[in-house]
Design a protein. Structure first.
Length: 358
């Protein structure tokens, strides 16, 4: 079991207890991570275990920029306790930060923001994790923004521990930024123009992975398809043509979806519910939905019909009819309504209600 408080990390097991003092914050957290890799059964007060602890702590501190720590071990044989006091010493500081971008990413604002916000600065304490993170972030950002030929021409971290100095050298060559090419659709039971209406980019637009994700989400939101697969065709990378064809593979949604439910409440007793939905009725993407709620005193039916327009996600007509019958002691009521909705980014609604009470 590990405990950490007030600059002391304690690792207590049946075999022995390990206390590490003199650390705090992220440095203490990193040491704890390294020590957690030591199996419980290896804990003891032996010289062999002390050597293992020293190695783990030294590696953890080196990753945080402390290359010459001083470790003092005190063994309490009676309590089976090993106490370690750590003096960090002088940290290694970044003496030189040599980061260069070439290719079209050089003028890309997203890369400029990334480099501006990196914690790697001249005069800052060396942190190996931050160096590795920047390398990964450069690679990932390049892939997200269509620099599929990008790579490091130089990636080196040089450390002079005796001088407490570090030299960071990262040269990234991005090459060309690729663009969206023609969109190819397969497996769709819906008219192609309606499917294309949810594509959030035009041919020739700069590639963005977020746009590909948005396209996936848009296609799923139509509820027309049981599976959606969108990817760029990368076979043309390096051919000189910077437009990448986009492949959309679809599978039709089930034509009938039925859900049932049963519950009990104090006001109406046993209540049953049935929902029946047809996500698509034809190639135009029309859909139908209905719900039925039944109990002894109350029966309710709602049916709807949706007609998508040019922008199938934001613009559509919906026709809805509802009917409710209630037998509440000596009062019987029957309600019905017919509504027509026209959806843009806002909603226009017209209804024709009808109510009878007996």
């Amino acid at each position: 079991m590990a405990l950490a408080c007030l600059g002391v990390s304690q690792w207590s097991f049946a075999e022995a207890t390990l206390n590490v003092e003199g650390l705090s914050g992220e440095i203490q957290d990193n040491v704890d991570v390294y020590l957690s890799a030591i199996p419980e059964e290896d804990y003891s007060t032996s010289l062999r275990f002390q050597s293992r602890v020293e190695e783990s702590i030294t590696q953890a501190l080196r990753a945080m920029g402390y290359y010459y720590p001083t470790l003092t071990f005190i063994v309490n044989e009676e309590e089976e306790e090993l106490n370690v006091t750590v003096e960090l010493g002088q940290p290694v500081l970044i003496e030189e930060l040599d980061i260069k971008l070439s290719g079209e990413a050089k003028d890309d604002p997203a890369f400029q923001r990334l480099l501006k916000n990196t914690p790697l600065k001249v005069g800052a304490r060396l942190n190996h994790g931050q160096y590795d993170a920047l390398k990964s972030e450069l690679r990932n950002l390049a892939l997200k923004r269509g620099y599929f030929e990008g790579d490091f021409s130089l990636a080196r971290l040089e450390v002079a521990p005796e001088l407490n100095q570090a030299f960071v050298r990262l040269h990234y060559e991005s090459g060309l930024r690729y663009r969206f090419g023609p969109v190819r659709i397969s497996g769709s039971q819906i008219e192609e123009d309606r499917v294309r209406s949810v594509v959030p980019f035009e041919q020739g637009d700069p590639y963005l992975a977020s746009d590909v994700g948005q396209l996936n989400q848009n296609l799923s939101s139509t509820d027309w398809f049981s599976s959606v697969y969108v990817e760029p065709n990368l076979e043309g990378v390096g051919s000189g043509n910077r437009e990448l064809p986009m492949t959309i593979q679809l599978a039709p949604q089930s034509r009938h979806q039925v859900e049932t439910g049963l519950g009990v409440s104090t006001d109406v007793g046993v209540r049953g519910k049935l929902s029946w939905k047809r996500p698509w009725l034809n190639e135009q993407g029309h859909s139908f939905d209905s719900s039925f709620e039944l109990s002894v005193p109350e029966q309710q039916v709602v049916v709807g019909y949706k007609i998508p327009l040019e922008d199938v996600l934001k613009e559509y007509y919906r026709i809805q009819y509802g009917m409710k019958y209630l037998d509440n002691n000596d009062t019987i009521s029957f309600e019905s309504s017919l509504g027509l909705e026209r959806h843009w980014n806002w909603i226009a609604v017209g209804t024709a209600p009808y109510l009878s009470v007996y």
